[in-house]
Every structure is written in structure tokens, then in C-alpha cells.
Design a protein. Structure first.
Length: 141
């Protein structure tokens, strides 16, 4: 019985690890923002950035007009969908900001983002667990 429990635990760990690796791989690259939606009133937030880039060493950079204005590291967290009601969302993006030259008008958020892919070229990052949060829509560049 112990061997069976160990085997099940090992297979679960490997499966979750492979899923996370796939999300890291899909997220890597340059993404151009195409819109912002959300908030109760439907206002688009001020946006002083046009691209976000995720590299394979867990670093991200936000740029505007070719200049890096924000950056740091990121991690991806697998959600326990028994705990969260949004079952279509399986992973969250957590940013660890190192620098931000314009903290009130770019991509910074003190909360994680839910990650939603629509095919290989479209990405939506939604502020997690905020009733009136923003949804950032990107297309792969």
C-alpha cells in the first residue's frame, strides 16, 4: 500500500511539474498589449507601456516605446481549483518587481494575475481575486 501511495504522489508531482513547465514555455517571449478591460465602470486604465517580455530565466520586462520601464522576476503558481471557483484558470502569475520607473500607470499590480491563453498567440492576464480588477489582453509579437 505504501508503494501505491508513493507512486501516486510521484506521478501527481511529475504531472504538475510538466504542466507548469508548459505554462512557463508558452508565456516566454514578447507580448504586445491590445487592450484593457474590466472594472465595474468599464474604464480603461492609464497605460504607459506597450509590451511585456518574459524570458526563460524567470525575468520579465515591461517597455514603452522601446525603453524598459519596469522589470523583475516572475513565478507561476498552480491553483488548487477545489479552493477557487474559476475552474478555467489553472495558473497564476506572480511578479516580483525589481524596478519601476512609473509605478502608477504601467503593468504593476500588488496582486497576482490569472493566466488565460487563447491559442498560442493571445494572452489575457486578469488581476486575481479582485471583483473590480483589470484584464490585460496581449498578442504575441
Amino acid at each position: 500500500m505504501r508503494k501505491l501511495v508513493f507512486l501516486f504522489t510521484l506521478l501527481t508531482t511529475i504531472t504538475i511539474g510538466c504542466e507548469k513547465a508548459d505554462v512557463y514555455h508558452r508565456l516566454q517571449g514578447s507580448w504586445r498589449i491590445i487592450g484593457i478591460s474590466g472594472t465595474y465602470f468599464g474604464f480603461e486604465s492609464i497605460r504607459d507601456f506597450d509590451k511585456i517580455y518574459f524570458n526563460n530565466s524567470d525575468k520579465y520586462y515591461v517597455s514603452f516605446d522601446g525603453s524598459e520601464i519596469q522589470g523583475g522576476s516572475y513565478e507561476i503558481e498552480k491553483l488548487d481549483n477545489d479552493k477557487y471557483s474559476r475552474s478555467e484558470v489553472e495558473f497564476r502569475l506572480i511578479l516580483h518587481e525589481s524596478f519601476n520607473n512609473h509605478p502608477y500607470a504601467n503593468f504593476y499590480s500588488y496582486v497576482p494575475f490569472d493566466i488565460m491563453f487563447n491559442g498560442t498567440d493571445t494572452l489575457t492576464l486578469s488581476q486575481a481575486d479582485i471583483f473590480d480588477g483589470y484584464n490585460y489582453h496581449f498578442v504575441r509579437k
